[in-house]
Design a protein around this ligand. Structure first.
Ligand code: NAD
Length: 480
């Protein structure tokens, strides 16, 4: 076992685990960010026990303490955004600008929920019984387990941990094993805030061991998960057995509609941004571009030209716009989808090949398919890579029907100058978020985020809506 291990944080102590994993940069496999402890099942239990004991202390903590803790975490993240953004870019493969932006956004989540701490108001009602008064107030839900994916290693953690702590809950946090460094750094910052021991616990490790133990535990009160649909289904089934409240944010197959009357330059910008930035590894990525016939050829030509200008390469290199794919397995899967789409009759208009960089890593050129149909596998599955497919349609009605013809429902976008179509689209797109003249990716931190169908399950995340998950309502009757 290496001597310089980044350890788990359980009950206020830094503990080694049963093994370690090396955190290897997907942008340069010679760049190892460190060795990170792997918790075993017993340590997961220890973390849950510690959180349960801390819960009774933390839920009685004053609002001022919680406000100060969250503000301090947010302040530090924002102050260290350049350093931590670089670490994030190295470990996940996204560009430096995207890494810095993510750390900054993570700080904003903590600041936002610091303010929410002070906004916890109850309600009162008169009783139907004379002389009786009623109060409705929210109480912490209890111990919250948090399981996160690799694509937004800091932000996803932040948008769950901040409200969990703000509403008085103890936390057991399991990050994705591909990106432990951002999780460890965030934990290190939290560990210096004087929280009661056990209020916040980090258990790094695999889904099969650490995740599995968490989702089957009857001792947690709520579980917030972001990840794939397949894993989400297991989480929902396991938590239901113990009546543990669960919230799932999962995959998607988002579409951007471009209508004949669209501002072409804006349409191309939004498609490029939504489909390829973040290496297409966003749950909000526009992987389907549904374009009406009148603008189709001009849109495709302009988009191909812009894709050709995209700089793919090492995330820390100046001017790079598209970084690395998360790992070899994902890269190979992307390449298999490219082959399958071609075999199914889609025409590869540009990109789609693996490329080498100075540093050995997992790079590919963004790919655009044209002449695709919505029933092709490439338009049904979430690929989670820099691959977009154009689907040509006759008119708005066909575009909308095509957009909604999917098992997913996270985000949807339309580019149009027509108020009539934009207004209709806002109501009829079967997704949790709708964008008009904006990319499908890119959301704010103070409003709810989530989807429908296979993309989401349970109460919404973010903004004030998050309290529905992180609190329980108590109704009190008083005869004074
Ligand atoms: P994943 O489902 O493989 O893993 C997500 C997390 O679950 C990881 O921490 C993993 O270790 C854990 N896990 C795996 N198996 C488990 C099990 N049996 N029990 C408990 N935990 C288990 O997903 P991923 O590959 O890390 O992330 C990519 C997916 O995340 C994509 O589908 C993407 O769309 C989705 N995602 C969704 C959103 C959203 O808000 N909707 C945001 C980001 C990513």
């Amino acid at each position: 076992m290496p001597s310089d291990i980044f350890r788990n944080y359980i009950n206020g102590e830094w503990l080694t685990g049963s093994a370690t994993v090396a955190n290897v940069s997907p942008a340069n496999i010679a760049d190892v960010l460190g060795h990170f402890a792997q918790a075993d099942a017993a340590q997961v239990e220890q973390a849950i026990e510690a959180a349960s004991a801390a819960q009774v202390v933390w839920e009685r903590s004053g609002l001022e303490q919680r406000y100060q803790v969250l503000m301090a975490i947010g302040d530090e993240l924002i102050a260290r955004k350049a350093e931590l953004g670089e670490q994030l870019a190295r470990e996940e493969g996204k560009t430096l600008a995207e890494g810095i932006g993510e750390v900054y956004r993570s700080g904003q989540f903590f600041h936002y929920y610091a303010a929410e701490v002070l906004r916890q108001m109850g309600e009162t009602a008169d009783s139907v019984r004379p002389g009786v008064e009623i109060e409705m107030r929210r109480e912490p839900v209890g111990v919250v387990a948090i399981i996160t994916p690799w694509n937004f290693p800091m932000a996803t953690a932040a948008w769950k941990i901040a409200p969990a702590l703000a509403f008085g809950n103890a936390v057991v946090f399991k990050p994705a094993n591909a990106v432990p460094a951002s999780a460890w750094t965030l934990t290190e910052i939290i560990s210096r805030q004087g929280l009661p021991a056990g209020t916040f616990n980090l258990v790094m490790g695999s889904g099969a061991i650490v995740g599995d133990r968490l989702i089957h535990s009857p001792k947690i009160n709520a579980l917030s998960f972001t990840g794939s649909v397949d894993t989400g289904r297991k989480v929902a089934a396991a938590t239901a057995v113990n009546f543990v409240r669960c919230q799932l944010e999962m995959g998607s197959k988002n579409a951007l509609i471009v209508l004949d009357d669209a501002d072409l330059e804006l349409a191309v910008d939004c498609a490029l941004n939504g489909a390829f930035f973040g290496t297409g590894q966003k749950c909000t990525a526009s992987s389907r571009l549904i374009v009406t016939a009148g603008v189709h050829d001009r849109f495709v030509a302009a988009l191909i030209e812009r894709i050709g200008q995209l700089k793919v390469g090492h995330p820390l290199r100046e001017g790079v716009q598209i970084g690395a794919v998360i790992d070899e397995k994902q890269l190979n899967q992307n390449l298999r989808y490219i082959q399958q789409a071609q075999a199914d009759g889609a025409r590869l208009a540009c990109g789609g090949e693996r490329i080498s960089e100075e540093q050995e890593g997992f790079y590919m050129r963004p790919a655009l398919f044209v002449d695709t149909r919505n029933d092709m596998q490439i338009n049904r599955d979430e690929v989670f890579g820099p691959i977009a497919c154009v689907i040509k349609v006759a008119d708005y009605e066909e575009a909308l029907a095509t957009l909604n013809d999917t098992r997913f429902g996270l985000t949807a976008g339309i580019i149009t100058q027509s108020l009539k179509y934009a207004s209709d689209f806002k109501r009829r797109a079967k997704t949790g978020c709708v964008m008009v003249n904006l990319p499908t990716a890119g959301t704010d931190y103070h409003v709810p985020f989530g989807g429908r169908k296979d993309s989401s399950f349970g109460p919404r995340e973010q903004g004030q809506y998050a309290r529905d998950f992180y609190t329980v309502v108590k109704t009190t009757y008083v005869r004074p």
